[in-house]
Write a protein that binds this ligand. Structure first.
Ligand SMILES: [Zn+2]
Length: 356
């Protein structure tokens, strides 16, 4: 799986001249139950083969042809026996070849040959798959799981066993009430430990999103102890007995909470951006205004549909992007080059500048 740093490095890559070509290949394995693996393999092969023929006709770029031939051989192997989605980024002239496994939702099978790598499907992968922790908590113990993409890792378990004093229900009568209060104190202390642990992890940025599983009766007490940093990352909680909770059960509960939370988050973002644009507040709409705001460093998040595409030009000197296809840069007067899709330049810029 790709890391943010690797994505960033790909976003920094740009061909220096026509002798260099940046090749991006996405392979999607298809849905297992409809036996379309085979078809996807054939589709991938056809796609690469066609581009290869065009490239052989139009350029003498031997290294790019080599890259595509290597991808074609891989596509032939993918034919039928590949369950995982994959991305390959190559530029032979710069000695660059990188392969990554991807979550299957990332992109359909596609090939791009351009000046930069095609990173839009990957930019979305990070916003759709936050580094997630699941905390499973009961009155004495806590388990922490980390989920990044398809990978699940058991992180840590700790127990705060009730003291002898706390466990004892004392002599029937005057001591019982005291012992009960004592138990409640110890449980609260345990929850405080859990909350401290989560706070420290949030400060170290070990997770971006958090889901908590615990018994419903314990939730209000636990919730009270959580630090505001942690609450900010908390997507929701579910009802769980941690003893009987397998990793798979925890994963499926957490996924459903994350998916609801993301959907809600997207709706909120869209609403805020549109309202912001209407009231001349925190939001703009339309390519021209978005490009301008991005250039001024005012953009925190760009919202677009997966299919969005628009023609634009970029300045060969200062990198200014313009939705009007003007021959000279309005920013510095130098020549522009046409982009068949503005996202080719906009997405790498967003990744480099930590724009969501
Ligand atoms: Zn310029």
């Amino acid at each position: 799986m790709i890391s943010r740093e690797e994505l960033r490095q790909l976003a920094c890559f740009e061909c220096r001249d026509d002798n260099e070509l940046a090749i991006s290949f996405y392979f999607h394995p298809g849905v297992p139950q409809d036996k379309s693996h085979r078809e996807e393999g054939i589709l991938a092969k056809d796609l690469v083969g066609k581009t290869l023929r065009e490239l052989r006709l139009h350029t003498r770029n031997r290294q790019a042809v080599d890259d595509l031939e290597k991808i074609l051989r891989m596509a032939e192997e993918l034919h039928g026996n590949q369950a995982r989605a994959k991305a390959i980024f190559a530029c032979g002239a710069r000695n660059l070849w990188q392969e990554f496994d991807l979550p299957p939702v990332a992109s359909p099978t596609k090939l791009f040959v351009n000046r930069r790598f095609h990173l839009r499907p990957l930019a979305a992968v990070f916003s759709e798959h936050p580094r997630l922790w699941v905390a499973l908590v009961d009155r004495q113990s806590a388990r922490f799981l980390e989920i990044q993409f398809e990978q699940l890792r058991e992180l840590n378990t700790f127990t705060s066993p009730l003291s002898r004093h706390g466990r004892s229900d004392g002599y029937a009568g005057y001591n019982a009430g005291h012992a009960e209060r004592h138990v409640e104190d110890e449980v609260r202390r345990h929850f405080r430990n859990v909350a401290e642990f989560l706070k420290a992890a949030a400060e170290r940025r070990q997770f971006e999103a958090l889901v908590i599983g615990c018994q419903d009766v314990n939730w209000p007490v636990l919730e009270q102890q959580l630090h505001p940093y942690v609450v900010k990352r908390l997507l929701g909680h579910f009802s769980a007995e941690i003893g009987g909770m397998t990793q798979e059960m925890a994963l499926s509960q957490a996924r459903s909470i994350v998916s609801d939370a993301l959907q809600q988050h997207h709706q909120t973002l869209v609403r805020e951006a549109i309202e912001g644009a209407r009231s001349k507040g925190r939001g703009v709409t339309g390519l021209r205004r978005v490009l301008r705001a991005a250039e001024l460093g005012e953009v925190e998040c760009i919202i677009m549909t997966p299919e969005y595409s628009a023609r634009a030009v970029e300045c060969t000197n200062c990198g200014h992007l313009d939705s009007h296809t003007v021959p000279y840069s309005p920013a510095c007067g130098r020549k522009t080059r046409e982009l068949s899709d503005v996202c080719e330049a906009l997405v790498p810029t967003a990744i480099r500048n930590n724009i969501r």
